[in-house]
Design a protein around this ligand. Structure first.
Ligand SMILES: C[S@@+](CC[C@H](N)C(=O)[O-])C[C@H]1O[C@@H](n2cnc3c(N)ncnc32)[C@H](O)[C@@H]1O
Length: 214
């Protein structure tokens, strides 16, 4: 019996705090595109808790896509779609990647948890550019992870994590909130709503279009 499910202990720890933010953000029938879904445990947890929302997970890594689909199968969730092979570095997600019958949706939210510090800065650039194209007007780009604020780490543990990331790959590293905000503003996103999360993480909610837009 082949079970492709991966288990990420951190995802088990942070999923309920992230779900709480999602509950405050999403309309009951929201379409959520997740980038860098990893094991798929987040998408499965959120889809189970928000049964009228549709979750579209994705990851460029085939083994992770197998895990995502295995979590969906094990959970029996009808509102968790098969994982797509989306890469933040791609020029345009609206090409041929959409293998599902929904074709090219206008997403209500694009969710990306714990990716932009463990990928080159170009992945953040591509994520923001593609999210701006994919989201409906007034939709939200939701980033979660550790961030520097005012060029300073928010905790010694984040500074140590940043050093470890940069040793593994000089192009990786904890991003500055101000740099990410400037990047998003350049793509038409409003200033983010910032939610302090457990373990020195942040949720950043960037709304597409003017902040006053419904
Ligand atoms: C630390 S894991 C986070 C997984 C999951 N979001 C979580 O929080 O548990 C980073 C993920 O980013 C994905 N990733 C790396 N580079 C990427 C890229 N250029 N575009 C999309 N995803 C990428 C990896 O395949 C991996 O699944």
């Amino acid at each position: 019996m082949n079970d492709a499910r991966m288990f990420a202990p951190a995802a088990q720890r942070n999923r309920d705090a992230i779900l709480q933010v999602l509950r405050g953000l999403l309309a009951p029938d929201a379409f959520v595109l997740e980038i860098a879904s990893g094991s798929g445990e987040h998408a499965a947890h959120f889809a189970a808790a928000l049964p009228d929302c549709i979750f579209q997970p994705s990851d460029p890594d085939p083994a992770r896509r197998a895990s995502i689909d295995a979590w969906a199968a094990a959970s029996g969730l009808a509102n968790m779609l098969p994982a797509l092979a989306l890469d933040a570095l791609a020029d345009d997600w609206a090409a041929d990647d959409w293998a599902v019958p929904l074709a090219m949706p206008a997403a209500d939210a694009v969710l990306c948890l714990n990716m932009i510090h463990i990928a080159p800065w170009a992945a953040a650039v591509g994520l923001v550019r593609n999210a701006a194209r994919t989201l409906r007007h007034g939709g939200t780009l939701f980033l979660y992870g550790p961030f520097k604020r005012g060029d300073a780490h928010t905790a010694p543990s984040n500074a140590a994590f940043d050093r470890d990331l940069r040793e593994r790959n000089p192009g990786w590293g904890i991003r500055e909130l101000e740099a990410v905000t400037a990047l998003a503003a350049g793509a038409g996103f409003a200033m983010p709503e910032i939610v302090e999360m457990p373990a020195n993480n942040l949720s950043l909610l960037f709304r597409k279009g003017p902040a006053t837009q419904a």
